[in-house]
Design a protein around this ligand. Structure first.
Ligand SMILES: N[C@@H](CCC(=O)N[C@@H](CS)C(=O)NCC(=O)O)C(=O)O
Length: 250
């Protein structure tokens, strides 16, 4: 069942996460040794964790998931060792550490060049990098107004006016890509880094019942039908509800 929507005065992005139960750093082992590991936090709330994880999946990388709780003091010390930025996601691949989602995407494109993480055509690749950059550095109103919450379902949620501008820009990016490259994903028939970057926007649109046009709605369905998305969302739904009140962009 959905938890009650957060009430926040519209027009004022909230800033603090008030309470989060301490959870130890824990590694989720796979049946065989993986070539890499990725630090992640909440699968329900952490949009950057989802992006990094999805990119690694699309790359076909074998990796272990290291779940961390940044609010626990001991865990925080360990995260500092795992991720110099104290942010998730952080990829460890042999001796190499990459602690930013875009950098993880660029690195994995070099390591797994056949995975198609970036489009092969130079113009499409530049376009892809531009819209990934826009997501990485922008849309703060949307991120503040509609935090990722995969367990949530908030029909009738009042979208803050400033976030409407972000929604318009994002849907125009999607329409443009789908018209140019033929869909069903942003750069053609296979998902790439751009789809991973925008996947948490898709889930936000569904969580908060944001109405979009036919093309964008079909794109949202396409992303939600990805087996990797189904796997992540199923795990998110099983996650402990240890965050009493989350009132920040996450
Ligand atoms: N620009 C970073 C953003 C990463 C980020 O903001 N991660 C959030 C979680 S979604 C985080 O680790 N926040 C620290 C905290 O929760 O204490 C990236 O691209 O990876």
């Amino acid at each position: 069942m959905a938890t009650a929507p957060k009430t926040r005065p519209q027009g004022r992005p909230a800033a603090t996460r008030t309470k989060r139960a301490a959870a130890p750093v824990r590694s989720v082992p796979k049946t065989r040794a993986a070539e890499a590991s990725i630090t992640l936090s909440s699968k329900n709330y952490s949009s950057w964790s989802l992006r990094g994880w999805l990119i690694a999946k699309l790359a076909g990388l074998e990796f272990d998931e290291v779940m961390v709780s940044p609010d626990d003091a001991d865990a925080r010390k360990e995260i500092l060792l795992l991720s110099p930025s104290i942010l998730v996601p952080c990829l460890t691949h042999g001796d190499i550490k990459v602690w930013d989602t875009l950098a993880i995407g660029e690195y994995l494109d070099e390591v797994k060049p056949k995975a198609g993480l970036l489009p092969t055509d130079i113009a499409a690749r530049a376009h892809c990098r531009a819209i990934c950059g826009e997501m990485h550095s922008g849309f703060s109103s949307l991120r503040a107004a509609l935090p990722m919450n995969l367990k949530g379902d908030f029909p009738g949620y009042k979208v803050w006016a400033k976030a409407e501008g972000d929604i318009e820009r994002i849907t125009s990016i999607w329409r443009d890509c789908i018209a140019k490259y033929g869909g069903p994903f942003l750069f053609g028939d296979k998902p790439c880094i751009a789809d991973a970057m925008y996947a948490p926007v898709v889930t936000r649109f569904l969580t908060y019942h944001v109405a979009v046009d036919r093309v964008c709605s079909a794109y949202c369905k396409q992303v939600m039908a990805m087996p990797e998305m189904k796997e992540w969302i199923a795990a998110a739904k099983l996650e402990h509800e240890d965050i009493e009140e989350l009132d920040m962009e996450f």
